[in-house]
Write a protein that binds this ligand. Structure first.
Ligand SMILES: Nc1ncnc2c1ncn2[C@@H]1O[C@H](COP(=O)(O)OP(=O)(O)OP(=O)(O)O)[C@@H](O)[C@H]1O
Ligand SMILES: [Mg+2]
Length: 234
């Protein structure tokens, strides 16, 4: 549930974006815009830098009156994520699920080149991504991470989503009142499979367990895709 303070902050940022994004021609300009000191009512810190011209970037937005948001910005050219973003029904299913991040608001604003830029506001998840945890972890910890990832995936299947497991950076480990849980953050890994039989979504877990076993290991190699246009910021 959004508090009034949260809503006010979100509206303020949305107003700035509606005004400024049509003047931009690439997403790096939006990244710089959000970090601009002129908007000192909130603090903006980087969670994920764009690694190439059209890569998503993610910032954490905080102010003293409301809880933190995560804002993910990318070109609206990921059909699997867009399918979920455009469905209030699917979004509310994911909102009720404890194993995925909650989207509080999402919209598109065309930039100066009429490219559709997607803005996604999530609740900020205070935890550590699995890719950071598994490398060099003990056998006991690896077994725990596998179990927690399995629990997350099983629950997403239960509500009709097929998550693809490749990049462990898409999953964050959180701890609340001594209970650990893995939460999926990247909606571009989700395929809506709600018309499938529940037995199909249960029986696939044999295969998923094997994928989890192979992927979650102490010699996990980071999942990095590269583009020829890869560039450095600044
Ligand atoms: N809601 C959130 N709360 C806190 N941190 C988040 C949230 N969403 C994403 N992150 C951080 O951003 C990282 C990347 O998230 P995500 O996988 O959604 O983006 P991405 O653009 O697909 O990145 P990549 O291309 O590296 O997979 C996560 O590992 C996590 O550290
Ligand atoms: Mg990802």
């Amino acid at each position: 549930m959004l508090t009034n303070e949260n809503k006010n902050l979100l509206m303020k940022i949305k107003d700035i974006l509606i005004q400024e994004v049509p003047k931009t021609t690439d997403i790096i300009q939006i990244y710089r815009l959000l970090q601009d000191n002129n908007y000192s009512e909130y603090k903006c810190s980087v969670l994920k830098e764009p690694r190439w011209v059209d890569d998503a970037f993610i910032v954490k937005i905080s102010d003293s009156n409301s809880s933190d948001f995560t804002l993910k910005i990318h070109y609206d050219k990921y059909p699997m994520a867009s399918h979920v973003y455009n469905s209030p029904h699917l979004l509310s299913k994911l909102e009720r699920c404890l194993f995925s991040t909650t989207i509080v608001e999402t919209f598109i604003i065309p930039n100066g080149h009429l490219n559709n830029i997607r803005f996604v506001f999530y609740e900020y998840i205070d935890g550590i991504p699995l890719d950071k945890l598994v490398v060099g972890a003990s056998g006991e910890m690896i077994a725990t991470y596998r179990e927690l990832l399995k629990e997350c995936v099983e629950n997403l299947f239960k509500i009709g989503f097929n998550p693809f497991i490749r990049d462990l950076g898409d999953f964050i480990l959180v701890e609340e009142s001594g209970i650990q849980r893995v939460i999926l953050t990247d909606y571009n890994t989700l395929v809506d499979c709600s018309n499938s039989h529940s037995h199909a979504r249960e029986e696939i877990m044999d295969i998923i367990e094997y994928i989890i076993y192979k992927t979650v290991s102490s010699d996990y190699r980071p999942f990095i895709s590269e583009r020829p246009t890869m560039f450095q910021l600044d």
